[in-house]
Design a protein around this ligand. Structure first.
Ligand SMILES: Cc1cc2nc3c(=O)[nH]c(=O)nc-3n(C[C@H](O)[C@H](O)[C@H](O)COP(=O)(O)OP(=O)(O)OC[C@H]3O[C@@H](n4cnc5c(N)ncnc54)[C@H](O)[C@@H]3O)c2cc1C
Length: 422
């Protein structure tokens, strides 16, 4: 039997950041990871807010040393109209002004290697198969090695950062359907030889509007490859014919901004499909455990919020796990779940606003006040807990009212709606 203070399930960003923060306080941590790293996972465009988590966990220098593509903002493109977000012009005081675009296999391996360097044992190709929680919140977890052999781990507390694996929600029956409609993606990495001639900068994620319900991410990496992914309703993809590569090439050929750059470009792997990724659970904590990252709630890739919400939840969870280990009381609902949901709900409003057209109206409006753009930039940089920003404190009202105002203004019927000033 292995004996540790904290067992962390999963070596993605939420697991490694939580593990590093707990280890930093002097406690023993074991990470159990199902795959062998480096392994592919999607989620390549980060937000500035996650830099604060990496910094606090002393993981920032290791990532910096990798020379990943720096990201200074985001560009939203509909036909010839561009809405450019620059993270240096954010409403939130002292916010980070940049982040990275990363092939996740390399990024996640860097974080996991750094955890090992800090004295955290990482068991790869090892799965959690059963967990028994004791009355005092300690636990005994059964893990299964690649060769089929099993072992038990005694821990004082468990952090579940198993992402799409959703280990504890599945084991304890906590799964809940998301109320977001199912969407699908088709994506690959292209060798982007025409990047410097066709696209002016690699230091942004570009989101292209493809049609009313379909959009495209374009995420250049420093290794010369670019991640390109189409996101839309499953019906849209069902209407495409051919192999995955043929579908990808036909989609690229249909978009004037992508055609020249990618139509004949080499793909690094056969395009992959993912679908129905939104997931949630009733409670992000329980007797003896806390859930972090994607296990808590995953919305949609639209605003690249996943790794940032994973990092911030790991930051918040580990601070509370440390309190717990010191014997202090923790109110997980008010100290953890409510703050996590606050950030999730702001992004949810933005995701829904994108798909119902409100954010198209706002982003592509001809005239926008600087302060409003800064407030939106703060949200898109991941500062979704800053109540001085009305797009955080009154997110639903602001997005809806502003979109209605702009629609009426741009159709010549100017009116102040719900007292929103723009
Ligand atoms: C189409 C799409 C595009 C996206 N684009 C972006 C983006 O641009 N930017 C962004 O920030 N986010 C994006 N995301 C979201 C991003 O993928 C996740 O939010 C992020 O990876 C969550 O990190 P995590 O640490 O919670 O989980 P993960 O990164 O998924 O890590 C979890 C780890 O747990 C391991 N595991 C699973 N089961 C077990 C088990 N039984 N035992 C042990 N280990 C286990 C897994 O192997 C994995 O390594 C996107 C998501 C989708 C679906």
């Amino acid at each position: 039997m292995k004996i540790v203070d904290v067992l962390v399930i999963g070596a993605g960003p939420s697991g490694t950041i939580a593990a590093a923060l707990i280890r930093k306080a002097g406690y023993s941590v074991l990470i159990v990871e199902k795959m062998q790293f480096p392994r592919f996972v999607i989620g390549e465009s980060l937000l500035p807010r996650c830099m604060e988590a990496l910094e606090e966990a002393d993981l920032l220098n290791a990532v910096t040393a990798q020379g990943f593509q720096q990201k200074f903002g985001a560009k939203f493109v509909r036909d010839e109209t561009i809405f450019d977000i620059n993270f240096s012009h954010c409403h939130t005081k002292d916010s980070k002004t940049w982040t990275w675009q990363v092939p996740r296999a390399d990024f996640d391996k860097t974080l996991a290697d750094e955890c090992e360097r800090k004295g955290i044992e990482v068991l790869y190709k090892t799965e959690v198969t059963a967990i028994t929680i004791n009355p005092d919140e300690s636990s005994v977890t059964t893990i299964k090695y690649e060769d089929g052999g099993t072992e038990t781990v005694a821990a004082r507390f468990i952090v579940d950062g198993s992402g799409y694996g959703r280990v504890i929600p599945k084991l304890f029956g906590l799964e809940k359907d998301s109320n977001l409609p199912p969407r699908q993606t088709l994506f690959t990495h292209f060798v982007d030889l025409k990047r410097s001639t066709v696209a002016r900068e690699p230091n942004r994620i570009t989101i292209f509007v493809f049609n009313e319900t379909t959009w495209v991410w374009c995420i250049p990496f420093s290794n010369g490859n670019t991640s390109l992914g189409f996101v839309g309703f499953p019906e849209f993809f069902a209407g495409l014919e051919g192999t995955a590569e043929e579908k990808m090439r036909s989609l690229v050929a249909r978009h004037p901004k992508l055609k020249d750059r990618f139509q004949n470009a080499e793909m690094k792997f056969e395009p992959k499909t993912l679908q129905s990724w939104s997931a949630t659970t009733d409670k992000f904590f329980g007797h003896g455990y806390v859930l972090t990252g994607n296990v808590t709630e995953f919305l949609d890739p639209m605003f690249s919020s996943g790794v940032t919400l994973a990092s911030v939840s790991a930051q918040k969870a580990s601070a509370l796990v440390l309190k717990k280990l010191k014997g202090e009381a923790v109110d997980w609902q008010t100290e953890y779940m409510d703050p996590c949901m606050k950030g999730v709900n702001v992004f949810k409003t933005f995701v829904m606003g994108w798909y119902n057209g409100d954010l198209h109206t706002i982003f592509f409006a001809e005239q926008k006040k600087d302060e409003m753009v800064k407030q939106i930039s703060s949200v898109l940089a991941g500062y979704v807990w800053d109540d001085t920003n009305p797009f955080v404190s009154q997110h639903e009202k602001y997005v809806t009212s502003l979109a209605n105002f702009l629609r009426s203004r741009d159709s010549g019927k100017a009116a102040a709606i719900n007292n929103v000033r723009i």
